[in-house]
Design a protein around this ligand. Structure first.
Ligand SMILES: Cc1ncc(COP(=O)(O)OP(=O)(O)O)c(N)n1
Ligand SMILES: Cc1ncsc1CCOP(=O)(O)O
Ligand SMILES: [Mg+2]
Length: 345
């Protein structure tokens, strides 16, 4: 009996953690927690003698849990559904055991909580579905004032929009907060008018002030769950990653997409880490289920090697901002990416 109680509580705990840390959803988290506590404390009301029957080594529950097919747990939704199933099955078993022991009070409690979980399951799945999955465009544009041949960030954003880029990140390391805010207000206006996604690098406060679509943060910035708390569940959080463990953590912590790089050496970013190479990109393609964008030293001339490792979205910074004809460059690169995905079908 107590191994089933553990299984039910563990299932609740997994769902609670997802809602709390990934979505920062306190109401649903609290309701799950109340049910978990009701089940957990039910054990204390049962005969203490039951605990003497605890036999962890030969507990069949351990074998069942080891058999859980991790391959099935690909999306957040399937993790939640899998854990609700675990909770409901556990509760059903507890109901039966309590009944056979003539513990009618506990039998009613387990049944009641099981019915509560059906409603919670529906509400939680609705809640998650409300947030559409992000699709990154094939080419991800980023501003780079120093490498823009004297043009302003606004000039570059206008060129990007004319060239039909669908996502633009404002990345500015040299202007004051006041100047950045002024530029971002203008960029929000331009991007909204043209249906372009607008991401602000580093500055969560500016992103909030101008109602940008999201933020891009690095490994040394605020933790993802704190940023989520600030910007809410409907905004995009992108996170830079340089290793498999960082990528897994970002995915679990609720990032909407990850940056993967620098793939090749780059001079655009100061204090950049060593190039991570194409193997890490391949690893991400195989092991990560949120969208990812390859970045760092990527040019029209070497993009094929990046695409052949499975990248569907690529960020090219200096080669675009240094170009005298941004529109032609963007079109040539997008054509290459789209040809590659067309050939894969
Ligand atoms: C799409 C994308 N990927 C990676 C980065 C780099 O972010 P970070 O590591 O925080 O470094 P800075 O850009 O802030 O210098 C990015 N900006 N965009
Ligand atoms: C912001 C950033 N993060 C990792 S590499 C990089 C800059 C990439 O610039 P470029 O495309 O010019 O190499
Ligand atoms: Mg940063």
């Amino acid at each position: 009996m107590d191994s089933n109680i553990n299984r039910v509580c563990e299932g609740f705990r997994v769902i609670e953690d997802i809602l709390r840390f990934k979505y920062n959803e306190l109401n649903l988290t609290k309701r799950l927690k109340v049910s978990r506590h009701r089940i957990r404390t039910s054990l204390y009301q049962l005969d203490k003698t039951l605990l003497h029957h605890r036999d962890v080594q030969s507990d069949i529950g351990l074998i069942v849990d080891q058999d859980l097919n991790l391959e099935e747990f690909k999306s957040i939704e399937s993790i939640i559904l899998g854990n609700f199933k675990r909770v409901q099955e556990g509760l059903r078993t507890l109901e039966e055991i309590a009944k056979s022991l003539n513990r009618f009070e506990e039998n009613t409690l387990f049944k009641e909580v099981r019915y509560v979980t059906y409603n919670l399951e529906r509400e939680i799945i609705f809640y998650i579905e409300e947030k559409p999955l992000l699709t990154l465009p094939s080419l991800y544009g980023i501003t780079y004032l120093k490498g823009s041949r004297g043009r302003s960030n606004i000039d570059i954003v206008e060129e990007f929009i004319k060239a039909d880029l669908k996502l633009i990140q404002y990345r500015e390391k040299d202007l004051s907060q006041k100047e950045k805010l002024k530029e971002c207000i203008k960029i929000r206006e331009l991007t909204s008018k043209n249906n372009v996604t607008f991401i602000v690098n580093d500055d969560i406060d500016i992103a909030l002030l101008v109602d940008a679509d999201g933020v891009h943060i690095g490994q040394d910035d605020l933790p993802i769950n704190r940023v989520r708390k600030l910007i809410g569940k409907n905004k995009i959080i992108g996170v830079s990653t340089h290793s498999p463990s960082q990528a897994k953590k970002a995915e679990l912590d609720g990032a909407d997409y990850i940056g993967v790089g620098p793939i090749f050496p780059t001079k655009t970013k100061v204090n950049v880490c060593k190039a991570v190479g194409l193997d890490y990109l391949k690893w991400v393609e195989k092991n990560i289920s949120i969208p990812f964008v390859a970045i760092g030293g990527i040019k029209e001339a070497n993009i094929d090697s990046v695409l052949s490792q499975g990248a569907k979205s690529v960020a090219i910074v200096s080669e675009l901002t240094l170009s005298n004809d941004i529109s032609s460059k963007v079109k040539a690169v997008i054509r290459k990416i789209e040809e590659k995905s067309y050939n894969e079908v």
